[in-house]
Ligand binder design. Sequence first.
Ligand code: SAH
Ligand code: SF4
Length: 422
Amino acid sequence: MLADIRSQTAKELETQFHTRGQPAYRVKQLLEWLYVHRVTSWEAMTNLPKALRDDLRQHYSIAALKLIRKQGARDTTQKFLWRLGDQALIESVLIPANPALYGEPSDRHTLCVSTQVGCAYGCKFCASGLAGWKRNLRVEEIVEQVLAVERWNEGEAKVQSPKSEVQSPKSQVPSQGLGDESCPEPGAPDPASATAQRVEPAPPTRLVSNLVIMGMGEPLANYENLLKALKILNAPWGGGIGARKITISTSGLAPQIRQLANEPLQFRLAISLHGATDETRNKIMPVNLKYPLRELTAACDYYQQKKARMITFEYVLIAGVNDGLEQVKPLAALARRLVAKVNLIPYNRVEGLSWERPSEEVQEAFLSALEKQKVSATLRREKGGDIDAACGQLRLKTEREMANFRSAEADAGETEGAGAQP
Ligand code: SAH
Ligand code: SF4
């Protein structure tokens, strides 16, 4: 299999171009096509000589994510379900500006990206872990989630501006009989748009200013690929997203937290705590048996010493599990020790699981008890089944629908039933 060109750093490309006898400025031109114009075809790179493009085509792939479903209206939280080359499904979530949740206020958008197909950590309340772990995402599959959303956004902007000469490509996505919410744009431009880009390559605007690595999967279990993808997304020649605007969320992989603390880049760290005692954490997070709180918090101490004031605790409030006020004191003690902020997130129901979110009164009582302990805390107050927090649910829903769809087909004797997902 050819390496995808978006898995390479500028330095790696410079070395490879040098061996091919290509001048360094060609790398700069290539990077502009990849990360400014975000093209997904070699033909579109019109200022590169044809011989070079042919050579690149033989050595690298440049695969776009396929958008198969989108949920949520523009200007609200939007979920994107992507299909990868091996048909696996992953999600990204685009969240409009939400000041000071993970860092500085922003007037732009935060993208939540996935790092694995499924998850091996099996937290009992989470949709991503339900079907187990399938594989790590490759570097370019992480990077491409940002590029594909930006490309989608540009397509949308062109659709909304009828005077534009460049037309948005039509969806090439088969509907799968899933009753899709609007799905106006595939991941990749078609050859027609590539031609249009040749005529008028206006520099596209950037939509995504912040990243949270909180989609499907445990990011620190895909450490190497994640770090390389983040270097590319952070680099001025790449995604240009500041490291302080990138938050990595982990269920608590202590050794990798220490490793991350030693990286030169200043990423923010979110710890999915969900319980302030081992007893509570053990009930819902098997990872706590491997890295109990003492070990996890020691790794956080180390991160805190190295990075200073960069830790957030995620605390999903689950009725009758971790919403009791006896959790408040130990939680506050941990937060004070690590100078951490606490984000309280009411649990989002997952179909097939029996966990529930606590009542609003219980949520508010937990928040004010924390505040009384002089801890900086926020409570997400969206109404109803908001789609912010829980990546993995659209994929789960879609896989279930596809399995039902296939088994209905099989029942009708039209095709052989494919293995149903849990
Ligand atoms: N594996 C990493 C990152 C992905 S999960 C981690 O666990 O941190 C991102 C966040 O969503 C975690 O805090 C996770 O606990 C939370 N989450 C998972 N399922 C949820 C649900 N149904 N409702 C609310 N939050 C959920
Ligand atoms: Fe994996 Fe995070 Fe879900 Fe736990 S909460 S199963 S670590 S994705």
